[in-house]
Structures are given as structure tokens and as C-alpha cells.
Design a protein around this ligand. Structure first.
Ligand SMILES: Nc1ncnc2c1ncn2[C@@H]1O[C@H](COP(=O)(O)OP(=O)(O)O)[C@@H](O)[C@H]1O
Ligand SMILES: [Mg+2]
Length: 481
């Protein structure tokens, strides 16, 4: 299946064309036969019926070979054709119909079905918003698609509960609505899961973060083993908060025990010693709900070094801040538009964290998504503010890094950092030594950039090596320069 992007058409919204699935009449008959066989198989094996893709593909291939072989006595069907057809059939059977190829394309960030008789839109990582040549003109077809996704995650969507929010097994997040909530028919928004997460090096390369800021945060997050910094990553919807958080977690010392708590599992953290927790909505009888707050409370009994809360929204905020105030360290993301607003949101309903507790966080990292007139967007860390104390009940912020839109650079705008001074004090090192260490780490990051080392495994490999033996890594860098 190929996707062609026709970029010449329209300067504002570009077209994303999917090559439609075409079957010859003969192939269609075979496809239906395979479907029927599969239904029989599912019925006869009851609850144990599992679609194992590799096995299924093989079964389909054998079936097609036998059936096509019958007709072509001399068995001259090419292996290539058989292969192609089997894959096509497999996607048709276990895939998501018309939009299946969109789900397979890792360059798409989002797939948006807005109703009946309207084009399906996609958000492309490079080209921004695009219109596809796919439409649903049959409401039933769209409802069936949403139903099958709901079934896959053991949920349901109907007139009584017409909104569905969840995560598919491949990690994609789906949100679906059906009439009467959505006026023009069912809607479906799929936020696709990027199979290989953006690493800190990817973020430096795309200028979301500067190498200088990354090295600074690396030292603060690690804290030289004496004080690991706590941070809230704040920004608007889809500004890349979770992605930045995820990339920054690679700086956590591999020795730490991490507990992550999320509504839908999104974080892909490389560490070995990690417990991943996911909230659970109540079941049909309104029982069994596990909230973010339940899980944060529970995590405190699990002796974590680091608690990471996917998105802080409600009561769990107080629990998290209690944890931070009692010597645990943590990260979280939060929806807000400025560092000041982050504090306001944290200290008012429904989070209601007492102001005195706020000082447990060291940094507010603001992330922004900037849209260009062509519809393409880019992300920047727009500000890093340190929480330095409280004066007459007002939390004091010290801006240490700020993005300059004109030069498109992230500038160091402060002469001193409270966190660095604390690390210096507690580790018995001078600020000069601390800054030298930041420089060494900057060198490690630059080495990776210059040598095109950016995949999750490679980056984490080097960071781990650095933790195990920094001098060895630095020596190697000097030799390879
Ligand atoms: N810095 C970035 N550069 C490019 N794409 C990004 C960046 N940050 C996030 N994305 C993409 O944007 C989408 C939303 O990112 P996410 O981190 O989930 O946002 P948020 O948590 O703010 O809602 C994802 O598909 C992700 O891959
Ligand atoms: Mg998020």
C-alpha cells in the first residue's frame, strides 16, 4: 500500500492520497471465503480465539496457494503475487478498513474523521494538516469501525454513553463521539503513537530544546545523586509536553526506581527498574474505578525514587506534592499557557495544592507549539523558570532560559540558578566544578548530534555508559573528534 502526497495542488491545505484497495472479482470471492472460514474458526474456538498476525498471514497464504493452485493447474502463480495478496487480505481482515493505511504511516500525528460525507483529515509531521481522499458516506460503516475499536479495549459506546476515550493496543489514543453528541454523525480522532519516540537528541536537532539547556537539565535531573530536580512541564494541548517529558526521563540515573502513573500509557521510558500504572474507569456497574489519585497514593507505598504523573489535573496534585515534600522526586505535565498560570492552576480548584507545598518543584518548563501560516507547526521550550521561594504569599519565579522568537534560539537569561547552588552545596563541589560538569555533558550530547546518534537505544546506551563511567565516555569522545 503506498501513499502519495500531492503537494502541488493547493498552497493552504495539501492533499494526502491513499491508493485504494482494488480486488479483482476473483480475489473478492477468495477474500469472502477467507472471512467466512475465519468466522467459523472464531466460533469453534470460543474465547480462546486470538488473532496471531504471523500465523494468520501464513494461514491465508496457504489457503490462497491451494485455491489459486487448483485453478492454475500448472501452479504458475508467482510467489510475489501471493505475498502481496496475502498481506492485502490480512490488513483487510484485522485492520481498520479504509483508514488502515493511515494508521500504518508513522509520519502521521493524527487522523481525524469529522462525520459523514466529509473528507478524513490527517496531521502530517512534515506537511501539517492535510485532506485525504477518504470519506465515509455510510454512517453504519463508521459506527462499525468505532464499535470494533471500542470492543478491542473492552469498552462500549452507545446512546447512553456516546463518548469514548481510550487507547488501542498499539498505543494510539482514540476519542470517538456518536450522535446525539456529535451533530454530523460519528466522529473519531486518533492520536497516533510514534513507534520510536523522539529522543533528547531529536529534540535538540529540531530545535525544540537547545543543547545547552539539555545539558543543564541533565545535571539538575540527575542532581549528582544529592538532589534530583522536580519539574512540571506545562503547555497547551499537543504542544509536546509528554514528548519532552519522555525525552528528559532518559537523563534519570539508571539506578533509580521509577513509577509512572498515566490515564493512558504514553510514556516510553528506557529504564529497567520501572513500574507502569494506568488508571481505570469504572465498569458497567459503576465499580472498580481507579483514579490518578488512588495510584499516586499507592505509589508512595511502593518506595519509588521518582514518581512520574502523565498529566496532573485534579486531586492527585496534592498527593503528588505531598510526595515531593517528603523527599521523593517527580515529574508531571500540566495544561497551562504560562509559568504563572501553572502556579495559579496548581493552587486553585480542583487541584488546590497549598502554596507552601509548591516550592517542592524546582522547575516549570513551558512548551509551546507555534503555527506557521502554511499550517505546519513546530515546538519550542519557550521558558524554564525556577521556583525560588515565596514572598508575602506570592511564589517567586526566576526565569533562567527563554526562547527568543526572532533568533529562534533558547537563551540563558539568568546569572544564577538556585538548583545549581543547592547541588553545589550538598555535593561539596564548587559552582565552577558544577559548570565544568555541565560542559562535559554538553560535549556528550554534541558528540551524539555530530555522529547522528539519535535513536532511543543508541542515545540511552551512551547515557547509561556515561553514568557508569563518565571518564571513559569523555576519553572516547576526545579520541573520535
Ligand atoms: N518537539 C517535537 N517535535 C516534533 N513533533 C513533536 C514534538 N513534540 C511532540 N511532537 C508530536 O506531537 C504530538 C503530540 O505530542 P504530545 O507530546 O503528546 O503533546 P501533549 O502531551 O502536549 O499533548 C505527537 O504526535 C508527537 O510525536
Ligand atoms: Mg500529553
Amino acid at each position: 500500500m503506498e501513499n502519495k502526497q500531492d503537494l502541488s495542488n493547493n498552497p493552504t491545505i495539501q492533499q494526502y492520497n491513499v491508493v485504494k484497495q482494488n480486488y479483482t472479482p476473483e480475489e473478492k470471492i477468495l477474500l469472502n471465503e477467507i472471512r467466512e472460514n475465519l468466522v467459523d474458526l472464531a466460533i469453534s474456538s470460543g474465547e480462546n480465539f486470538q488473532t496471531d498476525e504471523v500465523k494468520l498471514l501464513n494461514d491465508i497464504k496457504v489457503f490462497l496457494f491451494n485455491r489459486l493452485g487448483d485453478k492454475n493447474q500448472n501452479n504458475n502463480i508467482s510467489n510475489e503475487y501471493l505475498d502481496k495478496l496475502s498481506h492485502k487480505v490480512l490488513r483487510d481482515i484485522i485492520g481498520y478498513g479504509k483508514i488502515d493505511s493511515l494508521l500504518q504511516d508513522d509520519e502521521l500525528e493524527e487522523i481525524m474523521i469529522i462525520g459523514i460525507n466529509k473528507p478524513v483529515f490527517v496531521y502530517h509531521r512534515k506537511y501539517g494538516m492535510m485532506k485525504t481522499n477518504i470519506t465515509y458516506d455510510d454512517e453504519q460503516e463508521l459506527t462499525d469501525l468505532i464499535d470494533s475499536m471500542a470492543r478491542q479495549i473492552n469498552r462500549r459506546i452507545d446512546k447512553e454513553s456516546p463518548i469514548l476515550d481510550g487507547r488501542l493496543s498499539d498505543g494510539s489514543r482514540i476519542n470517538a463521539t456518536i450522535p446525539p453528541v456529535s451533530a454530523d454523525g460519528p466522529s473519531l480522532t486518533i492520536r497516533k503513537f510514534k513507534k520510536d519516540p523522539l529522543t533528547i537528541i531529536d529534540l535538540i536537532n529540531s530545535k525544540t530544546i537547545s543543547v545547552e539547556l539539555a545539558a543543564f537539565l541533565w545535571l539538575c535531573i540527575d542532581g549528582l545523586g544529592v538532589k534530583s530536580a522536580n519539574a512540571i512541564i506545562s503547555g497547551g494541548t499537543s504542544s509536546g509536553k509528554t514528548t519532552t517529558l519522555n525525552a528528559l526521563t532518559s537523563f534519570i540515573n539508571p539506578k533509580e526506581r521509577i513509577i509512572t502513573i498515566e490515564d493512558t500509557l504514553e510514556l516510553q521510558i528506557p529504564h529497567e527498574h520501572i513500574i507502569r500504572m494506568e488508571t481505570r474507569p469504572s465498569n458497567v456497574e459503576n465499580k472498580g474505578e481507579l483514579t490518578m489519585n488512588d495510584l499516586v497514593k499507592n505509589s508512595l507505598r511502593q518506595r519509588p525514587d521518582r514518581i512520574i504523573v502523565g498529566e496532573v489535573r485534579a486531586q492527585e496534585a496534592i498527593t503528588l506534592f505531598t510526595a515531593l515534600n517528603t523527599g521523593h522526586s517527580g515529574f508531571g505535565t500540566l495544561h497551562s499557557n504560562s509559568a504563572r498560570e501553572t502556579i495559579t492552576r496548581l493552587t486553585t480548584e480542583p487541584m488546590s495544592v497549598p502554596k507552601i507545598m509548591i516550592q517542592a518543584i524546582d522547575f516549570i518548563i513551558m512548551q509551546k507549539r507555534i503555527y506557521t501560516p502554511t499550517g505546519v507547526s513546530y515546538r519550542r521550550i519557550s521558558e524554564v523558570a525556577e521556583i525560588v521561594g515565596s514572598e508575602e504569599g506570592v511564589i517567586q519565579l526566576n526565569k533562567i532560559f527563554e526562547w527568543n522568537p526572532e533568533s529562534d534560539t533558547i537563551e540563558n537569561v539568568s546569572i544564577s540558578s538556585k538548583t545549581l547552588s543547592q547541588i553545589a552545596n550538598l555535593s561539596g563541589k564548587s559552582l565552577y566544578e558544577i559548570n565544568k560538569e555541565i560542559e562535559s555533558r554538553e560535549m556528550v550530547l554534541k558528540y551524539m548530534i555530530n555522529h547522528n546518534i539519535h535513536s532511543e537505544d543508541d542515545v540511552n546506551g551512551i547515557l547509561e555508559l556515561y553514568y557508569a563511567n563518565p571518564q571513559k565516555v569523555l576519553n572516547r569522545i576526545v579520541l573520535n573528534r
